[in-house]
Structures are given as C-alpha cells and as structure tokens.
Write a protein that binds this ligand. Structure first.
Ligand SMILES: *Cc1c(COP(=O)(O)O)cnc(C)c1O
Length: 480
C-alpha cells in the first residue's frame, strides 16, 4: 500500500483516499507520500511518445493503489478532467524565435485559462468519485489570488457532492477573474468578495486555517480544501514536468532547465519532486515578482513574511509559500521533527532563519530572479512586437527571469518557461504593456467575453468581520 503522512510527523499514516479527502493533515501539516517512486531512463524513454493524458495515467498510477481506484476508473477520471480543455493537445508548446533556446510550455488552455485547471479538474473529479462511493457530501473552501477560485468554482459546477466557497480579496484580482467566478449560476458554487484585506489572499488563507482548526465547524460542514495544500494538486502537477521534458529534449538524459513563475510554490514543489523521482533537470529558475519571499528563502536562507505588494502578475502576490514546507521535507531527507519546528516558528514569528547546512541542501539546483513590473511589461511588449506572441504577465516574469540568469548557462542549453495564464485574464496589464486602448486578438478569449453578458452572484463582507460572517453564512447555506 502507498501511504501518506503529515510532513510535521504527527498522526498515523493514511491511504491515498484519506489524504485527498482531508486536504490538510489533522496536525496542520501537508500530506506527503512516505516514499517517492523512482523513474529510470528506460522508463522515461518508453514514455516518450505518450499523449499528455496517457502520461498522466502512467505517473499517477505510481502514487495510487489499484485497490483504491482501478486502472479503468483512473483512466476515465483523467480523461474526463481534460475534456474541457480548449486545445486538443491539452498542453502545447511555442518556441520563441527571438530568444534562442527559450521554449514556452502553455499550461493555460483549461476551462478558466490558468494552469490551476490542470490539477483542479482532476482533484475535484477524484473527490466526487470518493464522495459518491461513500455516499457523503463536503464543503470546500479556497482563498484565491485570482486563479484558484475560478478553477475550483468551474470544476465543481453541478457536482452534487460538493459545496464550493471561493473567497477573494477585493482589489487584488482582475475583473476578468472575478467574473469567471461570479457569473457561475450553479447553486452549489458561492463566491465571497472580502473588502479591505490588508494582505490580499494570504488574509483569507489565515481565516481558512482557523476554520479548519475549529473541529466542530469542520465536522459540521465536512470541510476540505482543494488549494495546493491538497496532495492531489501537487501530484498532478508533476506530470507537466515529465511531459515538457519528453517533448523538448533531443535525447533522454539531457538536462533541461525550467523557469517557473512562483507564488505558493506548488508548481515548483511538483517540479522538484519530479526531479527527485529521476527527471534530468538542470536548474530550476524560481521566478518571483516584487514579492520576493521565495527568492530570499533560496538566496539567503531566511523566510520573512512581508506585506504583499500589488503587482502586474497578481497570481504570484504571495507571502506565504505553503508548499515550500512540503518541498523542504524531501530536500532534508524527510525529517518531520525539524519541519514541525520551522513551520511553528514561521506561524508564530513570521520569520525563520535556516542553518547553513539546511540552506545549502535545499537551494541546490535553483537559480532565482525577482522581476519588477517594469521589466514584466517591457518583456510582454518586446516579445509581442518582435514576433507577435503575447505573453501573460506571469509567463513574462518567467521569460524575464530566464533572461536574467542566462549567463549561468552554456549557450545551447534549453530553458522551458512555464506560461501559467492566458493573457485575456489580464487585459489592463496587456493594454498598458502594449500602450493601446483596444486589445489585440491574442488578448481576447470568447469565454471571457461571454462572462461579461451575465449578472454577478456575490456574497460580500468586510475583512474586519469575516471571522464571524463567513462561517455563519456557510452554516445557513449548508443546512438548507
Ligand atoms: C497560481 C499561479 C501561479 C503560482 O503557482 P504556485 O504553485 O502558487 O507557485 C503562477 N501563475 C499563475 C497564473 C497562477 O495562477
């Protein structure tokens, strides 16, 4: 049996189904598999020509027992989860001609046009499968910096087993992202706008953590989480690293570099696990905007929680990179006692200083860059003008970061830049970058246009009273 434990080490090990249904471990830690599967070069070679969904099946099978979900069922769940994608290949690629060796992996062709769709649809379908089998229902809560909310809301439309609460901080997400959530009419999907959040979605994550810690409330609503605390999200995100590698390299074994726009570190945690499993990665280029909390962790070995700055690449405006703790667990040879101490220190003091050895160990194989909004906007403009390819602000952060550190690489080494959103979700930034009033066709998507034609359905409350109003409202709705 493949077993899962909390990275803080408390509690017994659990099976896959329990870990996915719970979202977060009871001790407040993050679920991790007790060991990671290893992939040989021969196995990688044999995966070379698989479609994205067939590859996903191969990789995920390593984490899930046949007795939990049969192969046939798993195949079906994966296929269903990618049916809603707008591109037949699910995850296509684009080579930049003006920047040699930079290849874009387009992770944004899902139903809400962000990379969050890649794992969200699957995790929600997985939950639905388990809940139906157990004849249970649950409530899920997500806080969003812009893309998690729409992805969770969309994925749960019409699911009779799930009530969804998508909390978002007013003023920190784009109008397009807001409308993606609020124009959903399904009765089980609830969008909550919270005004006056001093620190954006991190404030809402703190509310959610406190509600999870409230045992009676949690039980009453059968509360769970589909943000990147849920192991299923990370597990699914390992697949696009394998896929990107297989589609990009000339020979298996060659090292490939990845530039990743990072906020909560879920995406890069998944990449690191793929490397740990045997994927030949050269360097990970950790790409931050001006919120450079992760850069500091990797460069200086210090975590400090700082005030969030509103940036053009708003989905990575994060000061709590929760999945760093999951990555760290594997980076320091699975020592849960240490993780527990550090996680508690970070919650108490908003600051952790790692010892030299630990810092050296976890920063191996990473380069970092923190990209200003000015450079982000310039990158969008330059790439569009030179070759007619439109980057969204997050992909632009990755491309700019790759450019910043390229002197560290031999000329011919390839860098795969992960493009995590479609530009149509960030129309104001695109207009500003290109200095235009009317959007180019590349920045328009019919689903975003469509959402403009509906009324919005929103619950609203203030940051000051959200600790009372949100749980009360949830109780009333769930008991209806
Ligand atoms: C969520 C998100 C990211 C950051 O991913 P993490 O896993 O939180 O590091 C980057 N870009 C976009 C567009 C996102 O929505």
């Amino acid at each position: 049996m493949i077993q899962y434990v909390s990275n803080k080490g408390n509690g017994a090990s659990v099976d896959f189904e329990t870990a996915i249904l719970a979202g977060r471990a009871p001790d407040g830690g993050l679920y991790v598999p007790t060991s990671l599967p290893r992939i040989s070069k021969t196995q990688l070679q044999s995966w070379k020509n698989l479609s994205y969904t067939d590859l996903a099946f191969e990789v995920l099978s390593l984490f899930i027992d046949e007795t939990t979900i049969s192969s046939i069922e798993l195949h079906k769940i994966i296929e269903n989860s990618f049916d809603t994608f707008y591109h037949p290949e699910k995850i296509p690629f684009h080579s930049l001609t003006s920047r040699k060796n930079i290849i874009i992996q387009e992770l944004f062709h899902g139903p809400t046009l962000s990379f969050k769709d890649i794992a969200m649809g699957f995790v929600v379908n997985l939950l639905d499968f388990f809940l139906k089998r157990r004849k249970e229902k649950m409530s899920i809560m997500v806080a969003t910096s812009g893309d998690t909310g729409p992805a969770a809301a969309f994925a749960t439309i019409g699911k009779e087993t799930i009530n969804t609460w998508a909390l978002y901080p007013q003023g920190y997400i784009t109008e397009e992202q807001e409308r993606q959530m609020t124009t959903i009419t399904a009765p089980n999907v609830h969008s909550v706008r919270v005004t006056n959040c001093p620190n954006g979605s991190d404030d809402l994550d703190e509310l959610i953590s406190s509600l999870f810690a409230n045992t009676s409330f949690k039980q009453e609503l059968n509360l769970s989480s589909v943000n990147s605390i849920n192991w299923g999200r990370i597990m699914m995100q390992t697949v696009h690293y394998f896929y990107g590698y297989l589609k990009t390299v000339d020979t298996i074994g060659e090292l490939l570099n990845f530039a990743v726009p990072s906020g909560a570190f879920g995406n890069l945690c998944a990449g690191s696990l793929a490397r740990e499993m045997g994927l030949p990665v050269g360097k990970f280029i950790l790409s931050n905007n001006q919120n450079n909390c992760l850069q500091r962790i990797f460069n200086e070995g210090i975590y400090v929680k700082e005030k969030v700055i509103n940036c053009a690449s708003s989905a990575i405006d994060i000061s709590l990179p929760i999945n760093f703790w999951r990555y760290l667990y594997f980076a320091i040879d699975q020592n849960p006692e240490k993780i527990k101490l550090w996680m508690e220190e970070s919650e108490k003091n908003n600051r952790v200083e790692f010892d030299k050895n630990t810092h050296k160990q976890f920063s191996k194989g990473f380069l970092t860059a923190s990209i200003s909004d000015k450079l982000t906007l310039n990158t969008i403009q330059e790439v569009f003008e030179t070759e007619g390819y439109l980057l969204d602000p997050h992909a632009a952060v990755a491309v700019a970061a790759a450019n910043t550190v390229k002197a560290e690489f031999p000329n011919d080494s390839k860098i795969l830049c992960l493009a995590t959103a479609h530009p149509s979700k960030f129309s104001d930034v695109i207009k500003e970058s290109l200095n235009v009033n009317a959007l180019p066709a590349e920045a328009i998507h019919h689903s975003i246009e469509n959402a403009k034609e509906y009324c919005q359905k929103i619950y609203e409350c203030n940051y000051e009273n959200m600790y009372q109003t949100i749980p009360k409202t949830m109780q009333v709705i769930s008991n209806k």
